[in-house]
Design a protein around this ligand. Structure first.
Ligand SMILES: CNc1ncnc2c1ncn2[C@@H]1O[C@H](COP(=O)(O)O)[C@@H](O)[C@H]1O
Length: 232
């Protein structure tokens, strides 16, 4: 290819990229902790302090390698889970994730996350989810519709502002105990009028057995309302 042909190709690529960016999109499978900005992650690590558990340089390397294998990807999830276990951080990463999807012209987002407990920070699975909803309410750059309720993000009633429809799924991690899985299913039922539309089964496929979780879900199906695959 000569210089002129390369220039033409670059112009077409830039145009195509712009066209893809502008297309309205639907995202059906976003994990909250998998959507944390790299810049936020590094800031959280810094605030956490290089205390021997997390070292900024190591995390920078992990970010560079995260797309190279499933193992590397799950190594980074372990870091997210050390850092994103207080209410303020959960609120922040939710706000940022929704704003990032909206900036990419995503108009419908199904965001899934594993409700986590952190006794040291007074966090329960329910208060984790309340922090997620606080994050949605804090979204600034776009209007958010959660379950038909418009969250009050409207800026001066400007009807031209972009809008994103957000629905939530509660994840059960395959390495969780049966009791924790049941607690998450019950929480999903409790929050079905608050934007929660389903549950999700996730986690490192090389760790634990699904049998543990599936047994608990079947037990729940026999004793309560059907909620295994969808709440609506
Ligand atoms: C092949 N890809 C995948 N397979 C299985 N589980 C995955 C995943 N990608 C992400 N997760 C799940 O999402 C969690 C992070 O978000 P939350 O902490 O829930 O917000 C990961 O810990 C993992 O359980």
């Amino acid at each position: 290819m000569n210089a002129r042909e390369i220039e033409n190709m670059e112009a077409i690529n830039a145009e195509l990229r712009q066209w893809c960016h502008e297309l309205p999109k639907v995202e059906l499978h976003a994990h909250l902790n998998g959507s944390i900005r790299d810049s936020t992650l590094l800031e959280l690590v810094k605030n956490h302090g290089d205390n021997g558990v997390l070292i900024s340089k190591d995390v920078e390397q992990m970010i560079l390698e995260k797309g190279t294998s499933l193992r590397k990807c799950f190594e980074l999830f372990a870091v997210y889970h050390v850092l994103a276990t207080d209410h303020e951080t959960v609120k922040r990463i939710t706000k940022e994730a929704v704003e990032d999807f909206a900036a990419d012209n995503c108009i419908y987002l199904e965001l899934r996350t594993t409700p986590k407990k952190n006794e040291a920070k007074g966090m329960t699975k329910r208060s984790y989810m309340d922090a997620v909803i606080d994050g949605l309410k804090a979204v600034d750059t776009v209007d958010v519709d959660l379950c038909g309720c418009e969250l009050t993000n409207k800026k001066n009633g400007d009807w031209r502002r972009k809008k994103i429809f957000v629905r939530l799924l509660l994840s059960i991690n395959r390495s969780e105990a049966t009791s924790a899985a049941i607690e998450t299913v019950n929480l999903a039922m409790e929050m079905k009028d608050m934007g929660v539309v389903g549950i999700d089964l996730s986690g490192d496929p090389t760790v634990g057995q699904w049998d543990t979780v599936l047994t608990s879900a079947r037990t729940r199906q026999k004793t309560g309302p059907s909620c295994y695959s969808s709440l609506r």
